[in-house]
Write a protein that binds this ligand. Structure first.
Ligand code: BES
Ligand code: MN
Ligand code: ZN
Length: 509
């Protein structure tokens, strides 16, 4: 049963399906089994007597010792229906938890994808993972497979050759049930697609991924799923009084765009979850110019916006029975003769005034007006997502996103979603004591609070615009992209957000 597919490039399609045990008996191009360190073949294989003896020989030879990260491709295994048998090292059995499982799936998909196989069946999805259901294993496998097959070669003159792999099947036990497995697979593929969308938008360079490009992307997603999508133009924002947002746009020749898209899968009068994503398509710092080194990575400063669009896309694909809105203030932050300056004072949409002491603290300026705008949607909860502070990278590194919230229930639900998705967040404080750092002699507040607790004071600034609803803020400065040899967008926190919505909809098994 084919559950879904995706197009790797326009022409290449990979189909995904679920396979019950007896179905693995037929001749296949590639079967993937796991090997534990010092324990041998993992559960999930059903090999006959002579195949087993042959494999025991392979393991005894030392060619495959089960160490995590190893792989061995075998051909012509006796009395075995498949053309290839790919062994994946799983590491120690008692350490085979979330991370090791996901790494094994990735290694399997990578190795199968680099072989001549046209299709592959992963037996790995039948191996128990501590505290996780079979549905979790299938959902994560689909997400990990989609992630491994992601390519961004739009600007490469020579594209990598398309590989023959066109079908991937995940094995499930009889007792899991085909329907439950199929639902988890569909969820994983929808989330994987949302992640890929967010990564593509993030990886696009700043001269292509402008505010107008993000607005077009939102309209394309809306068109595909028949969603409402309003784009507020500069004049609309002026009429509303979004002066904090507009002050950031002044130095750029790119007009700002404010995306407001809505998915209505719940009851017509059901209050929406509102997601807000920071969409700074390039952050030079403005007049408070950033140092040159690594400044190219500030093209990723729209990853919050990309993640809320990816989440919207995934929610619509899954047809979740909830109401959702995705807002994204999209602006380019550049210096210039017309740019905002340190010391400028603006009146935000909320009426509160802000003294802009540093034009590089621009994310909070666009987000504060978006938060005020969210009030008119009568939200059930508002979650903003932003590459907001370098300080958050110092605090949490590249492992966890920073979570701030004015509502414990919302915070708990998001932490749980991050755990379920293996896209983790860690809660940080929003105590009043920190608010003092935002004091201004000339306006209601300053837009920076000094070096100490930089990610907390940024969140404190936002909290002043979120008093009328349950609100959470995810600082994804350390998690939205990778630097170095693997430079590129990660698509986080689309997995966290989609799992939060799945749990709300009662669809997480
Ligand atoms: N987009 C940056 C935050 C950022 C910096 C994310 C580096 C990831 C890596 C944000 O707009 C910014 O410049 N924040 C300033 C705030 C400061 C001026 C209070 C920062 O973190 O330095
Ligand atoms: Mn900045
Ligand atoms: Zn920024």
């Amino acid at each position: 049963m084919i559950i879904g597919f995706f197009d790797l490039k326009q022409e290449k399609r990979v189909e995904f399906s679920i396979k019950l045990p007896d179905a693995t008996k037929r001749r296949e191009s590639c079967v993937v089994a796991g090997v534990f360190e010092s324990r041998g073949l993992a559960a999930g294989g059903e090999f006959g007597e002579s195949a087993r003896r042959f494999l025991d020989g392979v393991l005894a030879s030392g060619d495959m010792d089960g160490k995590a990260g190893t792989a061995l491709m075998l051909r012509n295994v006796p009395a075995f229906g498949g053309e290839r048998l790919l062994l994946i090292g799983l590491g120690k059995e008692k350490e085979f938890h979330d991370k090791a499982y996901i790494a094994a799936i990735r290694a399997a998909v990578r190795a199968a994808g680099n072989s001549g196989a046209t299709d592959a069946t992963l037996l790995l999805t039948r191996i128990p993972v501590r505290k996780r259901s079979a549905a979790w294993r299938i959902r994560q496998a689909a997400m990990a497979a989609r992630e491994t097959l992601y390519r961004f070669d739009r600007f490469k003159s020579r594209k990598e050759d398309a590989r023959p792999l066109g079908r991937l099947a995940f094995a499930v036990d009889e007792k899991t049930g085909e329907a439950a497995a199929a639902q988890a697979l569909a969820q994983g593929l929808a989330i994987g697609e949302g992640v890929a969308l967010a990564r593509t938008l993030g990886d696009l360079p700043g001269n292509v991924c402008t505010p107008a490009h993000l607005a077009e992307a939102a309209q394309r997603i809306a068109g595909e799923h028949r969603l409402d999508c309003d784009i507020l133009e500069q004049a609309d924002m002026e009429a509303l009084g979004m002066n904090a947002l507009l002050s950031v746009a002044k130095g750029s020749r790119q007009s700002p765009k404010f995306i407001a898209a809505r998915y209505r899968g719940g009851p017509p009068d059901g209050k929406p979850i509102v997601l807000i994503g920071k969409g700074i398509t390039f952050d030079s710092g403005g007049i408070s110019l950033k140092p040159g080194e690594g400044m190219d990575e500030m093209k990723f400063d729209m990853c919050g916006a990309a993640s809320v669009l990816g989440t919207l896309d995934a929610a619509a694909r899954m047809r979740l029975p909830i109401n959702l809105a995705a807002l994204a203030p999209c602006v380019e932050n550049l210096p210039g003769g017309a740019a905002g300056k340190p010391g400028d004072i603006v009146t935000s949409l909320s009426g509160q005034t802000v003294e802009i002491l540093n034009t590089d603290a621009e994310g909070r300026l666009v987000l504060c007006d978006a938060l005020t705008y969210a009030e008119r949607l009568k939200p059930q909860a508002v979650i903003d997502v932003a590459t907001l502070t370098g300080a958050c990278v110092i605090a949490l590194g590249h492992v966890a996103s920073g979570l701030f919230a004015n509502d414990d229930e919302l915070a708990g639900a998001l932490l749980a979603a991050g755990d379920a998705a293996f896209d983790r967040a860690w809660r940080m404080p929003l105590w009043d004591d920190y608010q003092e750092q935002l004091k201004s002699n000339f306006a209601d507040m300053a837009n920076v609070g000094g070096r100490p607790a930089g990610s907390v004071t940024a969140a404190c600034f936002l909290s002043r615009f979120a008093g009328k609803f349950a609100w959470a803020h995810l600082d994804i400065a350390g998690t939205a992209w990778k630097s170095g040899a693997d430079k590129g967008a990660t698509g986080r926190p689309v997995p966290l957000l989609t799992h939060y919505l799945l749990a709300l909809a009662g669809k997480l098994r």
